[in-house]
Design a protein around this ligand. Structure first.
Ligand code: SAH
Length: 394
C-alpha cells in the first residue's frame, strides 16, 4: 500500500528520518490496518521509503528501509536482529553484566521494537499493534540466532496506554522470579512477569557505575524518585555513609528493601521513605537537612494529588529545591528521560536553577544513553537520556 506524505516533510524522509508522524501524512482514504506494509511516497509518486503502519502516540509507523527492492520479511527481521546481537558481543562476554539491551528500536533499524536480555531470558517490548503483527518473525529470529532460556514480552499499545496483560510469558522455559541479574558486579532483582516495569532501568547503567566508583564514598545520599532504589544500591556499594530513598509509590519500599538485600546491604541502616518528593523537600528544608549528594531522576510527566510535574516546564524549580538541600561542594546528579528537550536545553535549566537560587556550580560530567541503547543521528529524539553530574561550588 502507498501512502503520501506532505511536501513539507519530504526532505526529512530523504535525509533518513525514520518516524512516520501523524502530521506528516496526507489525508488517508479510510483506515489502514495495523501492521500493513506501506510505501511512503511524495506528491510526484517518488519512493521515499518502506515500512509498516502502526499507531504509537503521534507516530503512525516507521520506515524500515529506503531500498525499494528490499523485502520486509523473515530474512529482513533476522538480519537486523543478527546485526544488533553482533554489536552487543562485548556485553555477552562480560560476566559482570548480565542485563542489557540487545535491540533498540529505530537505532537498530526497526522502530517500535525493543529487546532486552536478562541472564538468558529475552524480553520483547512491542510499542504498537502494528509491530506486534511481526511477532512470529521476531521470535523465529531469536530461535535461530540465540540459545535463549525463555522469552517474555510487554505490550505497550492497548487503548489507554495502560498495562493489562496478566501473563507475559511467550516461549521456552519460564524463569523463576526474582531473576537476579548482574550489572558491573551489582545485583538486581528483576520480574519479567509482573506488570509494565521489570525493576531496573537499564539505560542508567553507566551512571550507576560512576556513582558507585567515583562519587559515593563517605557521602550522605538523597535519591529522589527512587523507584526500586537502584541508584541507592550503587551509592551504598560505593561506600556512602547513608542513603535516603524517596518515592511516592507504596511498592517502592519493599522493592528497594529487596534490591538492598540481594546486594548484601543492611537495609535497616538506610532510609526508605514513601512520600511525595515535593513534600520531602519542604520537610528537609524545615529540618535543615543537607546531603552530600542528591540524585534527581523524575518521570517526564507525573500527577500526584496536589502536583502535576512536567519535566519540560518544571525541572528548573525541582532543581532549585535540590540545590537548597545540597551541601556546599556537594554533588547533584540531575537526570531526565524526557524526549521533548535535548542536553542543550537541559543545561539551560541547570543554569536557570542555579542563577535563581544564587549559587554557583560546575558540570563535572555529562551522560547520555549507554552504547547498547543504540541511536542514529537521523533520529535525535531517540537519544532521550540526559544526565549531568553537577558540583555545587558556593
Ligand atoms: N530513578 C529511578 C527511576 C525513576 S522512575 C531509577 O533509577 O530506577 C519514576 C519514579 O518516580 C516512579 O517510581 C514514581 O513512583 C515516582 N514518582 C512520581 N512522582 C513522584 C512524586 N511526586 N514524588 C515521589 N515519587 C514520585
Amino acid at each position: 500500500m502507498k501512502v503520501k506524505v506532505k511536501s513539507s516533510f519530504v526532505k526529512r524522509f530523504e535525509s533518513g528520518y525514520p518516524l512516520i508522524s501523524e502530521e506528516s501524512l496526507q489525508k488517508l482514504n479510510g483506515d489502514i490496518a495495523e501492521g500493513t506494509l506501506i510505501e511512503v511516497i511524495n506528491d510526484q509518486n517518488k519512493f521515499l521509503g518502506k515500512g509498516y503502519y502502526g499507531k504509537q502516540n503521534k507516530g503512525r509507523g516507521w520506515i524500515l528501509t529506503r531500498n525499494q527492492k528490499e523485502n520486509i520479511d523473515q530474512a529482513f527481521f533476522e538480519g537486523k536482529i543478527k546485526k544488533a546481537l553482533d554489536q552487543r558481543k562485548s556485553f555477552f562476554r562480560d560476566s559482570d553484566t548480565t542485563a542489557f539491551r540487545v535491540f533498540n528500536g529505530e537505532g537498530d533499524g526497526i522502530g517500535g521494537l525493543a529487546i532486552d536480555y536478562f541472564d538468558g531470558y529475552y524480553l520483547m517490548t512491542w510499542y504498537s499493534e502494528g509491530i506486534y503483527t511481526f511477532k512470529n518473525e521476531v521470535i523465529t529470529s531469536l530461535e535461530n540466532l540465540t540459545k535463549f532460556k525463555g522469552l517474555y514480552e510487554k505490550k505497550r499499545f492497548d487503548a489507554k496506554g495502560s498495562y493489562m496483560e496478566d501473563d507475559d510469558f511467550v516461549a521456552g522455559e519460564r524463569a523463576e522470579f526474582p531473576l537476579i541479574v548482574k550489572e558491573n558486579g551489582m545485583h538486581f532483582a528483576v520480574y519479567l512477569n509482573d506488570g509494565a516495569m521489570v525493576g531496573v532501568f537499564l539505560d542508567q547503567r553507566d551512571v550507576r557505575k560512576r556513582i558507585r566508583d567515583t562519587y559515593a564514598k563517605g557521602k550522605s545520599v538523597l535519591n529522589t524518585f527512587s523507584y526500586t532504589g537502584a541508584f541507592s544500591v550503587a551509592a551504598a556499594l560505593g561506600g556512602a555513609v547513608k542513603t535516603t530513598s524517596v518515592d511516592l509509590a507504596n511498592r517502592s519500599k519493599s522493592k528497594t528493601i529487596e534490591q538492598f538485600a540481594v546486594n548484601g546491604i543492611d537495609f535497616e541502616s538506610q532510609d526508605i521513605i514513601v512520600e511525595d518528593v515535593f513534600h520531602y523537600f519542604k520537610y528537609a528544608v524545615r529540618k535543615q537537612l543537607k546531603f552530600d549528594m542528591v540524585i534527581l531522576d523524575p518521570p517526564s510527566f507525573a500527577r500526584s494529588k496536589k502536583h502535576t510535574f512536567s519535566a519540560g516546564k518544571d525541572y528548573p524549580k525541582l532543581l532549585e529545591q535540590a540545590i537548597e538541600i545540597t551541601e556546599k561542594e556537594g554533588i547533584i546528579v540531575a537526570s531526565s528521560n524526557c524526549s521533548t528537550f535535548d542536553m542543550k536545553k537541559f543545561k539551560s535549566f541547570i543554569e536557570k536553577a542555579f542563577t535563581q537560587s544564587g549559587h554557583t556550580y560546575k558540570i563535572l560530567e555529562e551522560y547520555g544513553l549507554p552504547k547498547d541503547f543504540k541511536t542514529i543521528k537521523e533520529f535525535k529524539e531517540g537519544n532521550y537520556l540526559k544526565v549531568a553530574i553537577i558540583k555545587k561550588l558556593t
